[in-house]
Design a protein around this ligand. Sequence first.
Ligand code: ASP
Ligand code: MG
Length: 417
Amino acid sequence: MDVFKFGGASVKNAEAVRNLLNVLKSQKQLPSVVVVSAMDKTTNALEKVVECYFKDRKMVSSALQEVRKFHSNILLDLFDNDQHAVFGAVNGFFDEVIRFLESNKSTNYNFVYDQIVGIGEIVSTTIISHFLIDNGIKNQWLDARALIKTNNTYRTAGLHLIKTQQNITQTIKPDLLYVTQGFIGSDSNNFSTTLGREGSDYSAAIIGYCINASAVTVWKDVPGILNADPKFFDQTKLIPHMSYEEAIEQAYYGATVIHPKTLQPLHQKEIPLFVRSFQDPIAPGTCIKKNKLMPENICCYMLLKNQIFITLSTLDLSYIVEKQFKKIASLLESYQMKIRLTQNSAISMSVCFSDPFNHKQAMLHELRAKYDLTVVENVNLYTVLNPQTDRPDFIPEGTDVLIKQLTTKRLQFVTKS
Ligand code: ASP
Ligand code: MG
């Protein structure tokens, strides 16, 4: 039993949906479960509906109408007969959103968000399920909210694995094909929840885990996992295979193709993850699996921009790793800083981190009271995995390198941008 996941770009218009059909037909074996995201930028458009609801209520109906129109154009392109049941089904889901907004009393933004935004996935899977049936691929549509159970931390809901496992075991039978949504689940009161933006890969991994899938494949608009982000580096190469640990390390230092959360359930059951191109469904892409290290001649380049670089030293010349180390680390953690590099000498310590929640002012103020502190903001952190040289050519001569760190597996530079 395999799981396939198709993201928003792979179903961005009618032609893309036809391509999804071809991807399925091109495979030797159909998967058991097809997990699909909302079409193209639908999630952003639905976020706008929620924003209007709270800030400018008279705009809600035109914001929602835009989403409706986008889907209705795709429907008209894919289905000749406008009496087809799919039209009524899709309209019904949008009407439900309107009814919810008219009767809602909650002022909790995140709760309302989760009741609205997941409709993008409900609609996309409804269209795809009908389209596949009409084109000879029998399947059963499943509402992921009846399978994936979570807590009620709306917008970043945490999984209840045991309940989810039970639901999936009871529902998904071998030898059938199911079409369901990524990104969404429900809480113990059956209110909709979402797993965080770009959460559909994670849904596919959870389902793969629960059905003991032989593999999970995510179909993307890239040939697989590249050794560098083409936005920042020239001459990228496809990585044919890598271990879970290498993929997590790559994500930690800036790669965005696969989220570590997606890898965790797969790693636990040693289920391989394939990243393949929906534009070239015969090509093998990248395989992430246990102990399958990257070829030694491939090095990966990652760049994290907009980092903060600090150097601290003790005021009384005491050693920094004794006593101070723990205090500094927990202070940074308490301000939700994301540490990506540390280096220390006897009495000083350097740290490179990002400040996703904009807490730096208060934190630096606290540090200044206890240490001698220098701060450089807006720096770049370059990381090279499997380095072949200690001076890669992407760092131009004359660049201000604030720190360099070389281990057998990793080379890092912090540079002033
Ligand atoms: N549709 C959701 C988003 O755009 C989930 C996903 O695509 O993974 O964030
Ligand atoms: Mg997406």
